[in-house]
Design a protein around this ligand. Sequence first.
Ligand code: GLC
Length: 750
Amino acid sequence: MKRLLFFTLLLIVTPLIAAQTESNKQMIKFIDSLMGRMTLEEKIGQLNLGGVGNPKVVGSAIGLDEAIKNGYVSAVGGFDINAAVDAQRFAVENSRLGIPLIIGLDVIHGYHTIFPIPLASSCSWNIPLIEKSARIAAQEAAAYGINWTFSPMVDICRDSRWGRIAEGSGEDPYLGSLIGQAMIRGYQGENLSDSTTIMACVKHFALYGASEAGRDYNTVSMDPVTMYNYYLPPYKAAFDEGAGSGMTSFNVVNGVPATGNKWLLTDLLRKEWHYEGFMVSDASSVAEMADHGMGDVQEIAELAINAGLDMDMSSSLFVLCLKEAVKNKKVTEAQINESCKRVLIAKYKLGLFQDPYRYVNNEELKTKVLSDNNCDVARQLAAESIVLLKNSDNYLPLNTNQKIAVVGPLGNVKGSLLGTWSYGFSENRMNTIYEALQEILAGKGEATYSKGANFTEDYCIYDGQYTLPTESLIKQALIDVKDADIIIATVGEPSSWSGEARSRVNPALPECQKEMLRELKKLDKPIVLAILSGRPLILTDEDRDFSTIVMAWHGGTMAAEALSDVLFGVTNPSGKTTTTFPRHLGQIPIYYNSLNTGRPYSDFWATTKYIDCSNEPLYPFGYGLSYNNYIYDKPILNKYIAYGDNDSIKISIDITNSGVYLGQEIVQLYIGDPVASISRPIKELKAFKKIELLPGETKTVDFHLKVDLFKYYNECLKYDWDEGGFDIFIGPNSKDVQTSKIIWKKHDKI
Ligand code: GLC
């Protein structure tokens, strides 16, 4: 039977492989022929994103049209999409060889339909839904002419002071890898030349999320074992998934800027990982190597291309310096050819040579932009991203015949719900939280709104309107909420406090919002805290003072409806944190997959404990509550000992929904490797399953353990595993787990 299956598969697959090989041959033949007609300047021009203006020499800029006409431009940003489309037409019709442009944009969580920020979506742990959101983002972007997105961002981050933690998938390499791969599948689909797919760009390569002190663009120093085991896996997973491009990061890696780091861009990426796509710099990061002290403009341009960078984003230094570099034999024409070929291959795969206007103003696709379907997906993902942190008085879910007072700076705004890097959104498709609650209460209960506080202490212009001092807003709010049955306090950060160059030294609620909460608490009314932010905030005070807290992030176009769905139980919250929430600023960086110390939390006087704070986080990685209670039975193993590389162990656990609501639960499996060739994390996430349970329903969840789960990079960077005992942890989060012990031997039974 197996032989028959094998030969049947062979019959199916062989012609497919042959066809693929033939089409690759045709592609290379086309590109070789084209490059044979290109001048050195034109080949260098294919390595330039943006106009031609040397940021270091004011006044040297030449107009974009002239640059395109000269063949100096290969790609443009799609921030002004009409200008970008005009540039495309100009390039095809006016440059000597008519080579089409790639039009790139940061479509990192949707284009017109804005999905929750990536950090929020990661808390859904819903990989298929995240992939679906990327598919929709690609369709909406392609409809307007975008054919390249600077996404997924897969930077691991353990520091909520960093504003760009919003753009990634948190602190775990396993989950971050799965999400990055799902987004690439969503963007690129099965066929990159399809007019509804766009090319992905893995960023920021590499280790940007480990910027010292959470300060953006800052130094990264990291040992190779930490890199390989915690920070590099999501990049490798994303490149292996077939991303068409990657982007270098602003930071130095152990003293050498990533944009000019030969170990990173050639030794690791090309020789070790065999990545074949092209690498673009981050915006002006080539020029910024001068500030990193790497030399003058000529030297840093040579450093970048010699390190393995293929395309320069907006520095113009490749166009201005590489011809000289080839003349002075600092760079070979073969290197230029290699980078040019990578870029032309990407354009060919996008189908741009066959039809340069394939993506331009696709009227049919535009009809689906912001469609009900797209908004429904955004609403579901936003709801599944919400994390219920506390509900100890069971104020939630709300019922619709209550008088509900919405109070707080995020209660009646739209733009601040979208999150960082939101292009193309239209507010007319959005509701504010207050409006969404009014809608669901119509004819039954009642919703009121009072601003209650400004975002920060100094009142000024926000969302285009002059504001009153917070003390007046609080006074008014205390009057407005007098008859309310319950208060929804909408507090947190505006979108403008999140993302690039938005590091905060104290990632907590601003004092004026805390003041408002303190005054509201004195009323002794039920209060629900709805936290809307682009990062995990330090919520220790709020956790002490309030019984009900939902983490709603920046949820995108449908943020208000999604929060309303969760507050009223239309959707039972299922989100789980993908970062560790610190109890205190001084704990940062704090993360679940940390190593043990020689003095763990024992009662001995000299231990790893702080003397002025608990070591424990406020909320652990993988944490989130539901309106149900899920009962975890004891895990059952089908055996305790396994042998060799091909064996497996099945571990099963029954989960029962003892609540009265339909709900979803994310069952998590972690491993511990107590004895190994290097000190290993106390636990590491290696599998999870998101299951749906009816009230009273029990489901058995099976995990199949393979030896790959135990592999890691040892001190010699060999990817291997150690025979011996392992701990298997299963639970609803990284802390409340049940432990099973197994043994795995290297060799088969004797
Ligand atoms: C920015 C960001 C990068 C983005 C690029 C283009 O500086 O660092 O993530 O893709 O420039 O907008």
